[in-house]
Design a protein around this ligand. Structure first.
Ligand code: ADP
Ligand code: MG
Length: 623
């Protein structure tokens, strides 16, 4: 029998191994940026074209490589960062496996220019499919300039797996941000298709965070800093009032390496508990430094999980460090601990946080707003819910048709059919539910009671308005754009670079929804006009809130961009619970609601009204 085992050619072996390290453009970005950091660079520029699919280039002013090293660096397991197994337990560099460049060379066309300090000439190497195509001396700046073109050009299956440019660029920005946050003393820039998206001057950590996360954090960062023999922790948390509905701005770094840890996240959330609403997320960027021998670094190169020798200690430490920081802030909320060290000597700060002080902090209105935020849903306890469900089959139906099985009129053609039968059903039953008299009562600035043929209905004003607006916006997309009211005084809107990319994507749809927004240089937009419903002066806040909500929806991948925009906008512009409505407003709300294609649920599947049937009511009264 013939022998059947072959050794794989090196380039194929490299392609297979590359799959572990380089899954998408963003993974290559991470590796190249980390190499530049490890090389001691003080300036690092990143250029991408087509979200990294066409080009990823990193230029650094680090140590550079000798001619031999420039050739060697593309070999698998070629690294200058460890020499023996002991070194593994004292890793101070970002890389150490010697796999990244070998992988990159296996799946793209690479050009490397590099020169060591003090050398006359540098080295140029071109490599493709793991094969060196040319190598020659070159005049180049000190440091390294590496470009990788046409990622996965030789692995079409992988190339086809890449997501849209918008999505791959997001991943790239995420990786870029994680490295840039960890090294504020290094200059970083990121340009996409020739346009500079980030330009981060060397700065303090605080300034770097503001550069990245946006100016609104300027007066809203609380410094965290604790040092012990076992570990140090430092960084910033956002003040409780800046907590958002999206998980977005939360970062942990261990020995300057970005990690994800649900466990440590829990520790921070615990420290914040009682200060923020249950469903909101505080910003944090925390750095934990500890002896590398207390970590298992031998985890997979692309995984962001980490194993600590003793997780419980770290948990307790993180929680108390954040609590301590927040306690100091809530006693003296206006002091900036980082900027003015002398203030730290004042009584309010240096004296311990006594139970007395704690109580007085808890009595402030700020504190109360947070804890009382989530009150009073009209069906509170599980037992109540079950009771209503048996009495009112309609309620049961509505409650079970949650957001996932949303009954909104789908905008996309393909979604249309699945809803049509259900929609018809609703439509038919609509007429006998709509109010039969013109008399409405508003209760608790939230509910509207209306009599109908079968009994009465209780309408939730905000849910109703969300439904009305949503349908109006759906129609706007279908060719009835919302009228734009030009602002007398156009307002500028400054956002962080990631949000700027998002707004640019949404501009055409925003226009249909009545917002005339124009780009005005990098990360800045001018709001030239807004829908008539938005009062002058509120345009900016309205758009900001809408974006916030949009990002909240972004965690749900099943909606199209447009659908998310419509839902966010409907939520943002809806009249909120707690608003007094006059008779005319109530009447038109009710009228418009029952003119909707679907009137009984919000776009997200919450009930808009509950029907209380006369005969059921009679029964309850023993009649
Ligand atoms: P690792 O970073 O794990 O050592 P890499 O494959 O990323 O492995 O890089 C291999 C080697 O190439 C590094 O150990 C380093 O010596 C060298 N190298 C890579 N990038 C640079 C750079 N930008 N500047 C100087 N040397 C570099
Ligand atoms: Mg590396």
């Amino acid at each position: 029998m013939a022998d059947i085992i072959n050794l794989l050619p090196e380039n194929i072996a490299n392609q297979i191994a590359a799959g572990e390290v380089i899954q998408r453009p963003a993974s290559a970005v991470k590796e190249l940026l980390e190499n530049a950091v490890d090389a001691g660079a003080t300036e690092i520029q990143l250029f991408v074209n087509d979200a990294g699919k066409a080009l990823i280039q990193v230029i650094d002013n680090g140590n550079g490589m000798s001619e031999t090293d420039a050739r060697m660096c593309f070999e698998r397991h070629a690294t200058s960062k460890i020499q023996n197994i002991d070194d593994l337990f004292h890793i101070k560099t970002m890389g150490f496996r010697g796999e990244a460049l070998a992988s990159i060379a296996g799946v793209s066309q690479v050009e490397l220019k590099t020169k060591k300090a003090g050398e006359e000439v540098g080295t140029y190497i071109e490599i493709e499919n793991s094969v060196v195509i040319s190598q020659e001396p070159v005049a180049t700046a000190e440091g390294t300039n590496i470009s990788m073109k046409n990622l996965f050009f030789n692995v079409p299956a992988r190339r086809n797996f890449l997501k849209s440019n918008a999505s791959e660029l997001r991943h790239i920005m995420d990786e870029f941000i994680r490295v840039a946050m960890a090294f504020p003393s290094i200059f970083f820039s990121l340009s996409s298709n020739g346009q500079e998206v980030f330009h981060l001057e060397k700065s303090s950590l605080k300034q770097r965070l503001i550069q990245i996360l946006g100016n609104n954090y300027n007066a809203n960062l609380v410094s965290v800093k604790e040092e012990t023999d076992y570990l140090n922790i430092y960084g910033f948390v956002g003040k409780p009032e800046t907590a958002k509905k999206t998980r977005g701005d939360q970062y942990f770094f261990v020995n300057n390496r970005f990690i994800k840890s649900a466990y440590l996240n829990h520790a921070v959330m615990n420290a914040f508990s009682d200060m923020i609403a249950k469903d909101s997320f505080p910003m944090y960027t925390l750095f934990i430094d500890l002896d590398p021998s207390r970590l298992d670094i031998n985890v997979h190169p692309t995984k962001q999980e980490i194993k600590f020798e003793d997780e419980k200690i770290i948990y307790a430490f993180v929680e108390s460090a954040v609590k301590h920081a927040l306690a100091q802030y809530s006693v003296t909320p206006t002091l900036d601990f980082e900027l003015d060290a002398s203030i730290q000597q004042t009584d309010a700060v240096s004296k311990p946080f006594t139970p007395d002080k704690q109580n007085s902090a808890a009595a402030t209105s700020l504190y109360k707003t947070f804890t009382q935020k989530n009150q009073a849903h009209f069906i509170n306890k599980k037992s109540d819910l079950e009771y209503w469900e048996t009495v009112f089959p309609e309620v049961q139906k509505v409650i079970h048709d949650k957001a996932e099985k949303s009954v909104s009129p789908a905008i996309e053609q393909n979604e249309e059919n699945s809803f049509s039968t259900f929609r018809k059903e609703l439509y038919q039953s609509k007429t006998n539910k709509s109010p039969s008299s013109e008399e409405f009562i508003q209760l608790h600035k939230t509910f509207i009671i209306a009599e109908n043929e079968n009994g009465f209905i209780v309408i939730h004003q905000q849910n109703a308005h969300e439904r009305i607006l949503y349908e109006r916006f759906v129609n706007a997309m279908k060719g009835k754009p919302i009228a734009i009211q030009r602002s007398l005084f156009p307002v500028t809107l400054e956002v962080n670079p990631a949000d700027a990319v998002l707004i640019n994507e949404l501009l055409p749809d925003l226009h249909l929804l009545g917002y005339q927004v124009e780009t005005f240089g990098k990360n800045t937009f001018v709001i030239q006009g807004s829908p008539a419903d938005v009062t002058e002066g509120n345009e900016k806040a309205a758009l900001e809130k809408m974006l916030e909500q949009y990002k909240h929806f972004s965690m749900d991948v099943s909606f199209s961009k447009r659908e998310k925009l419509l839902r966010s906008m409907a939520w943002q512009q809806s009249v909120k619970a707690g608003t007094i409505l006059n008779k005319k407003e109530i009447a038109s709300l009710v009228e418009e609601l029952f003119g909707c294609e679907i009137s009984n649920t919000t776009p997200n599947g919450k009930p808009v009204f509950l029907e209380f049937k006369k005969d059921e009511l009679e029964k309850m009264f023993g009649r």
